[in-house]
Ligand binder design. Structure first.
Ligand SMILES: Cc1cc2nc3c(=O)[nH]c(=O)nc-3n(C[C@H](O)[C@H](O)[C@H](O)COP(=O)(O)OP(=O)(O)OC[C@H]3O[C@@H](n4cnc5c(N)ncnc54)[C@H](O)[C@@H]3O)c2cc1C
Length: 384
């Protein structure tokens, strides 16, 4: 179905990013996949192109446009270009980390961090997950004890996207505890590159998304100035709850974009590939599989576009964002698996994009909240 979701300015922005990606990202992507990381300079180049901090007010150097469709079109272009590993760092920076800086920074903090976030000189990350606490965020143990004008932070985080490249990391910490409320006493503090006692662990070896640096972070008596507290002490859990729907929409959009790109590539492949003296496209099974996929993609797209509109209106519920993330990431897994099958043995070869999409896809049902956690959020909205 035709989409009427975008205006000319969104399409032009998407085209500009596509040109940037084709010139600067796609040719180097295989090297970054081998290296296990995307070079920091890419953020600066993306910043120069106007692809970072679209929602940041102009006074801090940003685009001054609060419209998630600009994020959506960029995420879709990343998926279409087949550069999900490098693209994830950019999406995380724009879609997931920046909203915390915009919503909870004081004016002084905005002056300190926003210009660098827009230019790409300050790469962002968000660290919630710990070795002993992922889905159960309230079980986190990283502590921050007030000592004069600083919090003394001790603990560890793991699986942190942009973990090696990041200069400013939003870290969820326990500044207190409330025996009656497990979610109480959580705060968000910003740790900066170079703070004493802030160490990075390994760049973790993963099944997919190889060009994305995912790391462990360790904190030993890190003195974090009180001036680096985001918002109010003890409000961290409510801030995370407020911003997770946007994170989940970002993942849903990328997942749907990946599935759509896999479908488009497969449509071409089955025309080109011959078996039994005819094209693979001519078999009834191929037609039915691709008809199934086309239907599911169109229906999912309509829901996602509507959810993005609701996000823009400021009234997207946590349950509706969870439905988008749950449905689109499961769909991504199903679609890419079926598309790989239609590629036969070539689909298993690394030189074919479908094999990389297959490996990259597996994580989206886990990070940003697993499918099981999405179903918990949805069932809560049903009063269950
Ligand atoms: C590549 C990658 C990038 C990531 N990036 C980041 C990042 O930038 N920042 C960050 O903070 N984290 C990040 N994560 C962490 C990610 O969000 C967590 O892995 C995820 O939330 C799941 O937590 P866990 O791994 O501890 O699994 P667990 O919580 O141990 O879950 C294990 C299994 O139990 C199930 N389960 C748990 N609780 C329930 C329940 N109540 N009901 C039913 N089933 C349940 C889960 O669904 C899952 O199947 C990343 C992870 C990866 C792998």
């Amino acid at each position: 179905m035709d989409r009427k979701h975008y205006e000319d300015e969104h399409r032009a922005f998407g085209e500009a990013f596509r040109a940037f990606a084709e010139k600067q990202l796609v040719p180097n992507y295989p090297d970054w996949e081998k290296a296990g990381i995307t070079p920091r300079e890419i953020f600066v180049e993306a910043g120069r192109g106007g692809f970072l901090g679209m929602a940041v007010p102009e006074q801090y150097g940003g685009g001054g446009v609060v419209d998630f469709r600009f994020h959506q079109v960029l995420d879709e272009q990343i998926a279409a270009a087949g550069i999900g590993g490098a693209g994830l760092g950019i999406s995380l920076h724009n879609d997931i980390c920046l909203p915390y800086f915009l919503a909870y920074c004081s004016d002084e903090q905005k002056r300190r961090w926003l210009p660098g976030i827009v230019s790409g000189e300050l790469i962002t990350a968000i660290a919630m997950t710990e070795p002993g606490a992922g889905s159960d965020l309230a079980g986190m143990r990283t502590s921050a004890k007030l000592d004069g004008d600083a919090y003394v932070v001790n603990g560890a985080k793991t699986f942190i996207t942009n973990g090696i490249n990041a200069d400013v990391v939003i870290v969820a910490v326990k500044t207190g505890s409330d025996p009656k409320n497990r979610r109480g006493g959580i705060s968000l503090v910003v740790l900066e590159r170079g703070m004493q006692g802030f160490e990075r662990g390994r760049n973790l070896d993963k099944l997919g998304l190889h060009s994305q640096d995912t790391a462990e972070l360790f904190f030993t008596d890190v003195r974090v100035p009180v001036a680096n507290l985001l918002g109010e002490e003890g409000e961290g859990f409510s801030y995370l709850t407020a911003k997770l729907p946007q994170e989940r929409m970002s993942i849903a959009i990328s997942a749907l974009g990946e599935a759509t790109a896999a479908f488009t590539e497969t449509l071409q492949y089955v025309h080109d590939r011959k078996a039994f003296g005819t094209s693979v496209a001519s078999f009834q099974n191929t037609k039915f599989v691709l008809a199934d996929i086309a239907t599911e993609l169109d229906v999912a797209q309509a829901y996602v576009d509507r959810a993005v509109d609701r996000l823009n209106d400021g009234d997207l519920s946590a349950a509706d964002a969870s439905k988008a993330k749950y449905f689109c990431t499961e769909l991504q897994g199903r679609v890419i698996d079926r598309c790989l099958q239609l590629h036969g043995g070539y689909g298993y070869m690394s030189e074919y994009p479908i094999s990389r999409r297959y490996a990259d896809a597996r994580i989206t049902r886990i990070y940003g909240g697993t499918s099981e956690i999405m179903k918990s959020v949805i069932s809560k909205s049903l009063g269950l």
